[in-house]
Design a protein around this ligand. Structure first.
Ligand code: ATP
Length: 240
């Protein structure tokens, strides 16, 4: 579904991505792990069209066609199915929960479908439904993450990009969110690329994993393979 080849991306004068190659197949959960500053967020921002590609390419292949990410506008990428739940959630605190969810549908004319998608989210996360008219800024961090994922789902992603879904959340809430992501993948077949600093969590969930170090992919394998790899353990999973 997604193929990234020799991708180079600069931010200012910094060469952040230095020729990365990876692929995500339809129906998979893939994860990109790595230390702070390795280039994980940059990768997701590039895939959603928010940062220009210096060289190399990223291509999305769906049942509707094939898209060159570098030559497609961010709005057309959403239309094509790449939907990004960004780091820090980026919800609109003064808008209501329901209004935030409706923003996910900015490209849809099918009101009945959008209403159904929003109802599904309220069923899965009743707390959002109970408070639908309240400002989203009143929600806790975990609830805001649920809302950010919900808003992304309203846009009907084919490839859901998630940046640090566990950031700042209590372990129990993180577990609830990861359980939901697994269910979403299993039941609706949503393909995901998840960026995580919590490597253990991400590897447990992922079918396929890539380790990014200083803008290069240094290791890849199944989630299980990397969980059991002593080098990964030492660098990312060890205590302390
Ligand atoms: P984090 O978990 O901290 O977000 P990351 O792996 O996602 O880490 P990026 O946010 O992609 O890393 O950042 C990669 C590099 O790009 C870092 O060296 C960072 O200093 C640099 N960088 C990030 N944002 C900008 C920016 N707006 N302008 C210039 N350089 C930036």
């Amino acid at each position: 579904m997604l193929r990234v080849e020799e991708l180079h991306v600069n931010r200012g004068r910094t060469k952040v991505l230095q020729g990365i190659n990876f692929a995500v197949e339809a129906g998979e959960i893939a994860t990109l792990i790595g230390a702070n500053g390795a280039g994980k967020t940059t990768t997701l921002m590039t895939l959603s069209g928010l940062l220009p590609i210096s060289s190399g390419q990223a291509r999305l292949q769906t049942s509707d066609g094939s898209y060159d990410v570098g030559a497609t506008s961010p709005v057309d990428l959403v239309r094509a199915g790449i939907v990004h739940a960004p780091e820090g959630r980026q919800i609109f605190g003064r808008l209501s929960i329901e209004e935030n969810l409706q923003l996910g549908a900015f490209l849809s004319n099918d009101k009945a479908r959008v209403a159904r998608a929003i109802t599904d989210i309220y069923e899965r996360f009743p707390i959002l439904g109970e408070r639908r008219a309240m400002p989203a800024g009143n929600l806790s961090g975990g609830e805001q993450m649920m809302l950010a994922i919900g808003r992304a789902l309203v846009a009907e992603p084919k490839l859901l990009l998630l940046d640090e879904p566990s950031l700042g959340l209590a372990p129990q809430i993180t577990e609830e969110i990861f359980d939901f992501l697994e269910e979403l993948n299993r039941e609706q077949g949503v393909t995901m690329l998840i960026v995580e600093q919590n490597a253990m969590l991400a590897l447990e969930l992922a079918d396929r994993a890539f380790v990014l170090e200083n803008g290069r992919i240094v290791l890849e394998g199944s989630g299980d393979e990397l969980l059991n790899d002593p080098a990964v353990f030492e660098a990312y999973l060890g205590v302390g």
